[in-house]
Design a protein. Structure first.
Ligand SMILES: Nc1ncnc2c1ncn2[C@@H]1O[C@H](COP(=O)(O)OP(=O)(O)OP(=O)(O)O)[C@@H](O)[C@H]1O
Ligand SMILES: [Mg+2]
Length: 266
């Protein structure tokens, strides 16, 4: 379904992503973990074509994603919607208009600027907001919502594109634990109910273990672990996060402390 082959991204001499390869044969929820600077965001951005790869190949159902241009590239970007840590909503715009902007690729810029959206789209946006438990927030300005609510609105905007894949770059890094759980539950539910693939960059091991079917660990641009949550032992975690220069012992243990007592969902 998804084949990533020898993907590399250089910034100057430095490889932010270094010869990354993996295959995904069915829709699943994948967590990418690794410390700051490991290359997680750069990888997601290449997958979505926000950043160009220096070399390598990414195939989605046999189609070479990295060579798409123009209309085909935009269609792919709409097939793999991005969700960001900072939500990236338009703060002063109402919630439902923010969600309708998920159809941007399908409408002219003028219609969008004038907020002239087809009735069907408005109804669909409302249905999606209801589904994610934020329907009542629809008329409010995005900035008036809590972080967790804003992230659900951002996910609703992504769903408006009816994507095959949802790419989430640290979707809960700005949220308190309760909202973090609501947002992760939402992503998991979207995967389970709709069959959409979810690939999420996550800061903590605990979250990756709780929610993902497969975990990929990156370090210095390379994949150093690729397996199930059960295979992610404390030793492996130490390998991913490292304990060397630039990353304190304390931070390493915080990242991996949670591993032993985190229940793994059946
Ligand atoms: N536009 C850029 N120009 C130069 N270097 C970059 C650029 N974007 C990323 N890098 C470098 O590439 C490496 C990987 O960065 P990336 O943002 O992908 O890491 P990350 O794993 O997402 O980290 P974090 O957990 O902090 O978000 C880092 O060394 C970073 O400084
Ligand atoms: Mg990042």
């Amino acid at each position: 379904m998804l084949n990533v082959r020898h993907v590399t991204r250089l910034f100057g001499q430095k490889a932010a992503v270094d010869n990354v390869s993996f295959d995904v044969d069915r829709s699943m929820m994948i967590g990418i973990i690794g410390r700051s600077g490991a290359g997680k965001s750069t990888f997601l951005r290449m997958l979505n074509r926000l950043t160009d790869a220096t070399s390598g190949e990414i195939l989605f159902e046999g189609r070479d994603v990295l060579s798409l241009r123009g209309k085909d590239k935009r269609a792919w970007q709409s097939d793999c919607a991005m969700v960001f840590q900072q939500f990236n909503l338009v703060p002063r715009m109402d919630v439902v208009s923010n969600v309708l902007h998920g159809t941007l690729n399908r409408h002219s810029a003028l219609r969008t600027a004038l907020n002239l959206f087809p009735r069907d789209d408005i109804e669909r946006a409302m249905d999606i907001l209801d589904r994610l438990g934020v329907g009542e927030q629809a008329p409010k300005r995005a900035e008036a919502l809590s972080g967790g609510q804003q992230q659900r609105v951002a996910i609703a905007r992504a769903l408006m594109q009816d994507p095959r894949v949802i790419l989430a770059d640290e979707p809960i890094a700005s949220l308190d634990p309760m909202n973090a759980q609501i947002v992760m539950d939402t992503l998991r539910r979207i995967h389970d109910e709709d069959g959409r693939m979810v690939i999420a960059n996550l800061h903590t091991l605990d979250t990756a273990r709780r929610y993902c079917d497969r975990v990929i660990g990156m370090r210095d641009g390379r994949i150093v672990f690729d397996g199930t949550p059960e295979q992610l032992t404390t030793g492996v975690a130490r390998d991913i996060y490292g304990a060397d220069e630039g990353f304190s012992e304390a931070a390493t243990s915080t990242a991996i402390d949670t591993i032993s007592d985190a229940p793994i969902p059946a």
